[in-house]
Design a protein around this ligand. Structure first.
Ligand SMILES: *Cc1c(COP(=O)(O)O)cnc(C)c1O
Length: 467
């Protein structure tokens, strides 16, 4: 069948003929048949449309099969699976944010595989409180009267607003300097609107005074909100009232004061790594704030979740909101969070919690990273074709936290011959265990701070395989 065939549609093969050809050659990724069949059908349909439109460049049979095989590969690689993070960004939202500690993953496996006491009181045999133990642990960790969890910090903020800013007291006073976009479509003003709260912006972008807040308070005000500027800095002519001043103002008018902390560090970050101090939940509650909300999978190093901590009466009220039911966490998340929080509570005064993220942030260049870099270099040097060296680099916290923090790190630097750096990056992403690096100064780099030491062997294998 050539392009000159009288009937151009005769060039389009039948679905089953393509499937037979795909299977005969073998090497297909293990995707279920219905997905493969659909992909074949859609591709052939697409070709039919092209023929209909008079496109003369439609592939012959072999070309069509090759195209479909490629697409099956692309589809297979898009499923969620592990990736080696060589970007140097510790909390990488595209790469799943914080990795979990092994014990948390094991606990998920046990709880998920069998039945468990999620909502059972083992003493009475009756229905028990969901996540009650975790709530007790979280309250302890945050030095709070009470705490609870939601799906994420965005959900936590929404439910807080729904509870404290409703009906004829739905106004929320917030500084114009804090109407931030966190990323991934999280814009504070939009979230507030989605909850039904009415935003009352005060001050200017760079400066808000206590009187700005005071002058905005009316009988319709439900709460005062402070949002931590996690992902940007303000410098120069700036100013805002302290949390203590805002708390005093709230007390004066009988209004709750809430702070969205975002990242939610639970340790003194400046003692863990070369990064600034990030406010902890305990510290902010200590300043008198009524409620805080923090993210579970940023600096805390746990699963995706939102933590609400603070006054017992408010937390209890939030849990009674009908909407709370729609935001509750799954048993696997509650289990992972429980094991993460237990590790914090076990950690002594001068120790670091044994969490992958904390380990990554605290690794030292000379003692931890350089020996690994040299071992990798040695293994690669025999291979040829891949010019590699070790260079100083800068790792980052990521996850929209501490944008200015630069953590000294080490990277493998590649100047591939006969291969562009973008092509090299693409090939590494296409491996069964994909590697994400970054391109800088015309070289391809892999920052070792975010690569787990136990992944070094796979990393070398991947690098050798793409040559
Ligand atoms: C990241 C962040 C959020 C959103 O947290 P999620 O857990 O991703 O929903 C909210 N507020 C602040 C200040 C943040 O930094």
């Amino acid at each position: 069948m050539s392009a000159k065939s009288p009937n151009p549609f005769s060039r389009i093969p039948a679905v089953d003929k393509v499937i037979v050809a795909l299977e005969k050659k073998g090497g297909l990724p293990p995707l279920p048949q219905p997905l493969i069949t659909d992909l074949v059908r859609h591709t052939l349909e697409e070709i039919r449309e092209r023929v209909k439109a008079g496109d003369p460049n439609v592939d012959e049979f072999e070309g069509t099969v090759r195209l479909i095989r490629e697409r099956i590969g692309v589809l297979y690689r898009s499923r969620i699976h592990p990736v080696i993070n060589g970007t140097g960004v510790c909390i990488h939202t595209n790469l799943g944010r914080a990795p979990l500690r092994k014990e948390a993953v094991q606990a998920i496996a046990d709880v998920g595989r069998f039945y468990n006491n999620l909502e059972l009181d083992l003493e009475s045999g009756e229905r028990g409180s969901r996540g009650g133990f975790l709530e007790t642990c979280l309250a302890k960790l945050c030095d709070a009267e009470s705490a609870t969890v939601t799906n994420n910090c965005a959900a936590a903020l929404i439910i807080i607003l729904k509870h404290l800013a409703k009906g004829d007291r739905n106004e929320v006073v917030i500084s114009r300097g804090e109407l931030v976009e966190i990323g991934g479509g999280f814009r504070v003003p939009e979230i507030m609107e989605a909850s039904g709260a009415k935003l009352v912006e005060v001050g200017a972008t760079n400066k808000t005074t206590l009187d700005d807040y005071r002058n905005a308070i009316t009988p319709r005000t439900g709460m005062l909100l402070k949002v931590h500027r996690s992902n940007f800095y303000m410098e120069g002519f700036t100013g805002e009232p302290s949390t203590e001043e805002l708390v005093a103002l709230g007390r004066e008018y009988g209004l709750p004061v809430v702070e969205d902390l975002g990242s939610g560090a639970m340790v003194m970050t400046e003692q863990v790594s070369a990064i600034p101090h990030e406010p902890t939940a305990s510290e902010v509650l200590g300043r008198g704030v009524d409620l805080v909300c923090v993210s579970g999978d940023k600096l805390l190093g746990g699963p995706q979740a939102g933590i609400i901590a603070g006054k017992a009466g408010l937390v209890a009220g939030i849990k009674k909101e009908p909407f709370f039911r729609a935001l509750r966490c799954d048993k696997l998340i509650l289990t992972a969070m429980q094991e993460t929080v237990l590790e914090y509570l076990r950690t002594g005064e001068n120790e670091k919690p044994d969490l992958p993220l904390i380990g990554m942030l605290s690794a030292t260049v000379e003692d931890d990273l350089r020996p690994r870099a040299e071992a990798i270099l040695k293994r690669l040097s025999g291979a040829g074709g891949l010019e590699c060296s070790v260079v100083d680099s800068i790792a980052r916290c990521g996850g929209g936290t501490m944008p200015k923090a630069e953590i000294p790190s080490l990277a493998l630097e590649f100047l591939p011959s006969g291969l562009s750096v973008t092509k090299m990056a693409q090939r590494l992403r296409g491996m069964p265990l994909p590697v994400m690096g970054y391109i800088a100064e015309d070289s391809f780099r892999i920052d070792l701070r975010t690569v787990f030491p136990e992944q070094d062997v796979s990393l070398v294998e991947n690098l050798l395989a793409i040559l």
